[in-house]
Ligand binder design. Structure first.
Ligand code: SF4
Length: 229
């Protein structure tokens, strides 16, 4: 376990309460079927949401089903997802994922992940080449409302500044830490509220601490104000 864990964990309750008061309490809704969520996440790697959305929409427009994407010539998939960048890497990953799902499950969906133990579901997802802890957590949290906490670039940065996470921890290693800090039933809403804070206030280049409701709980703010760490 990480150093100073109890102090980090104690930050959760007051911060969750403050974010509820400021941003509200998001309730889970499935925006994409789980397999679509998985492909969408693969497309999202190292690109913007806008470019990922363009590539995903192009894939859906060109191919009528995931079976057709699986069976298409690789070049056709590369060409279709080009807006997402890294198309030469992502296209074979997508086709390999689809092929394995089809062979293993006998059908083109991953709905069985709703019913297997969480650790097993994570291990299955991360056994695919090109699928890491963040993608697995997004599929489980957003696709199924299961208690997995995705650590993207916003959560990683904000989590480190606030002090949920140690300064030197990688995003991949931060997943189990955030899952130990945030109660399972709150993963979805806390994830969304922390991302919103990261996008609107605790931005990468310059955090707008003067507008932030979390100054009383933030290690970075204390270190800048009082020289503490
Ligand atoms: S006080 Fe500043 S550094 Fe801390 S979470 Fe708020 S914006 Fe980010």
């Amino acid at each position: 376990m990480i150093s100073d864990f109890e102090r980090r964990k104690a930050k959760y309750a007051p911060i969750a309460q403050t974010l509820h008061a400021v941003f509200g309490r998001p309730t889970w809704r499935q925006s994409l079927p789980p397999l679509d969520e998985l492909i969408d996440c693969i497309l999202s790697q190292s690109t913007t949401d806008l470019n990922k959305d363009r590539a995903f929409a192009a894939l859906k427009a060109r191919f009528a089903s995931w079976e057709q994407v699986m069976n298409a010539p690789l070049e056709a998939v590369i060409e279709t997802i080009r807006p997402s960048g890294l198309a030469h890497q992502k296209a074979p990953v997508i086709q390999d994922v689809l092929r394995r799902i089809y062979v293993e499950r006998g059908e083109m969906n991953i709905d069985f992940l709703a019913d297997v133990p969480l650790d097993e579901a994570k291990a299955w997802l991360t056994s695919f080449k090109g699928v890491g802890p963040k993608t697995a957590a997004i599929v489980l949290c957003f696709g199924f409302n299961r208690p997995a906490f995705p650590v993207d670039t916003h959560i990683h940065r904000v989590g480190q500044r606030i002090g949920f996470l140690p300064a030197n921890i990688s995003a991949d290693k931060a997943h189990p830490v955030m899952e130990s800090i945030v109660p399972p039933e709150a993963h979805y809403e806390f994830h969304l509220n922390l991302i919103r804070l990261g996008r609107e206030i605790c931005q990468a280049r310059r955090p707008k601490c003067e507008l932030c409701p979390l100054t009383a709980h933030c290690d970075y703010y204390k270190s800048m104000t009082y020289g503490e760490s």
